[in-house]
Design a protein around this ligand. Structure first.
Ligand SMILES: Nc1nc2c(ncn2[C@@H]2O[C@H](COP(=O)(O)OP(=O)(O)OP(=O)(O)O)[C@@H](O)[C@H]2O)c(=O)[nH]1
Ligand SMILES: [K+]
Ligand SMILES: [Mg+2]
Length: 443
């Protein structure tokens, strides 16, 4: 039997032990499983109490059972839910009882959602939104995922796809009508007007967004600088706990230390790194190498120093903010010169002076970086890439139409195909595996 036709089960709630655990079953055997374990099939969609027994009539647990016959349910197949006590032994007994049925097996990550997708319950952008919602750590991530799950991008993409197909039908009709000679302009002109309007809308979505798809991974801010300037002290201030060792010895931090912060709903990873200097100690050398590598990959570098002559020893394309630390020591000197596009801050990481201002500036940076919260339709790099392909195809269509209507029609077909890929309607087997593998088991 093909794995797709087997009945699957999984723990859909959190890690045991827990007060209650939810075990979901989906597939053709779901009804037989409920009848066998619960003694009878409860009325559809009604929470029903039952003592579950395995095939040998040995009791498993006192449970609440729900029966959702397909196709009008989450996956489109027959679905059952067992709400049991969330103990490890209870779950082990229930899983053993489920596995005893022929053609029943535990689910792969994301397999319930994949079946829902394959049965047309949601499109691929909605499935991606669902996965993002489950993994959302901050409020803004949650909002964006919810927008995807509601199908906001999917709805736009379906509309665009239909209009591209209309435009290409007009052009193709023109090609069919014109025997040999040129396609009449009155057929081509309305098609091109449609393409121009579409291109405008798609470009607007691509431009008006910042990098909303980066909300999934968050912003990476590296604290870098010479040894002993107070990088780990600042890290601990931002994290509001002692994540990194602070000491008066230069070269204390060797590994890269990370904390996840929620800054006003924006996910931010702050990394503390080894002080950058020439050294003979091979362990510290490795620390410096890692520090340079991580700082080079960061989206923003806070270059910390404790003197007014801060020479920045860093390469990478990310913006660098100069942060002068230990201002409590008094030997202040002139404020740091502000370079173009660079922030400059004066703080005392140990006393906390200036740290709130630094955090507000980070929030503002995140706002600009992610492009505000409300307009983000694009949730993933995959989606942006495909929309860019569509826009490029429409632009080419407008250019090549002078050379021949067939070429223009071909560009439109390719653009419609890219939107089909966005929605998961055409040749996406390869990406489906990648997308659903990231899901949790039981979803
Ligand atoms: N007076 C004063 N001392 C500070 C301040 N921030 C950090 N220090 C002290 O500076 C020393 C070094 O601090 P760390 O946070 O370990 O510095 P670091 O840059 O992480 O050092 P390495 O990891 O060794 O590169 C410690 O003794 C801290 O207490 C500050 O704002 N004012
Ligand atoms: K130190
Ligand atoms: Mg340190």
């Amino acid at each position: 039997m093909h794995p797709r036709d087997q009945t699957i089960f999984a723990l859909s709630s959190g890690r045991p032990p827990s007060a209650i655990a939810l075990v979901r079953v989906s597939g053709p055997q779901a009804g037989r499983i409920v009848t066998t374990l619960a003694g009878k099939l409860p009325p559809p969609r009604m929470a029903t109490r039952a003592l579950l027994r395995d095939v040998g009539q040995r009791p498993i647990d006192d449970a609440v059972v729900l029966w959702f016959p397909g196709p009008a349910n989450a996956t489109g197949e027959d679905v059952a839910e067992f709400h049991v006590h969330g103990g490890r032994a209870v779950l082990a007994a229930l899983f053993a009882a489920l596995s005893a049925f022929a053609d029943v097996r535990s689910a792969e990550p994301g397999e319930f959602t994949r079946r829902a997708f394959e049965n047309g319950k949601l499109d691929l952008t909605e499935a991606e939104g669902l996965d993002d919602l489950i993994h959302a750590d901050t409020d803004r991530q949650r909002h964006q995922a919810l927008r995807q799950l509601k199908g906001l991008l999917g709805d736009r993409a379906r509309d665009w796809r239909a209009r591209i197909i209309e435009a290409s039908a007009l052009i193709e009709a023109g090609i069919d009508f014109s025997d040999e000679g040129d396609v009449p302009a009155e057929l081509i002109a309305p098609a091109l007007a449609k393409v121009k309007a579409l291109l405008f809308e798609i470009e607007e979505v691509l431009a008006g967004q910042g990098r909303s798809e980066r909300l999934r991974d968050g912003l990476v801010v590296a604290i870098a600088g010479p040894p002993n300037v107070g990088k780990s002290t600042l890290m601990n201030q931002l994290a509001r706990r002692e994540v990194a060792i602070v000491s008066p010895h230069a070269g204390t931090t060797r590994d890269v230390i990370e904390v996840q912060l929620d800054l006003d709903g924006y996910p931010v990873t702050v990394i503390d790194t080894a002080g950058i200097r020439e050294t003979d100690d091979p362990v510290e050398q490795e620390g410096v190498r890692r520090a340079r590598a991580r700082a080079a990959d960061a989206d923003l570098v806070l270059w910390l120093s404790d003197s007014s002559q801060a020479a920045i020893d860093h390469d990478g394309s990310a913006p660098i903010w100069k942060v002068r630390n230990k201002i409590d020591l008094g030997a202040a000197g002139r404020p740091l010169a502000e370079g173009p596009g660079q922030g400059s801050f004066q703080i005392s990481a140990s006393r906390g002076d200036g740290v709130l201002e630094l955090i507000s500036a980070l929030v503002e940076f995140a706002q600009t970086y992610f492009g505000g919260s409300e307009s983000g339709l694009i949730g993933r790099t995959r989606q942006r890439k495909l929309l860019e392909d569509v826009a490029a195809g429409l632009r080419r269509c407008l250019t090549v139409v002078g050379e021949g209507e067939e070429l223009a029609a071909e560009e439109l077909r390719t653009a419609a195909h890219s939107l089909g890929r966005l929605l998961g309607r055409v040749d996406v087997e390869d990406i489906l595996d990648v997308i659903f593998r990231e899901f949790c088991v039981g979803k």
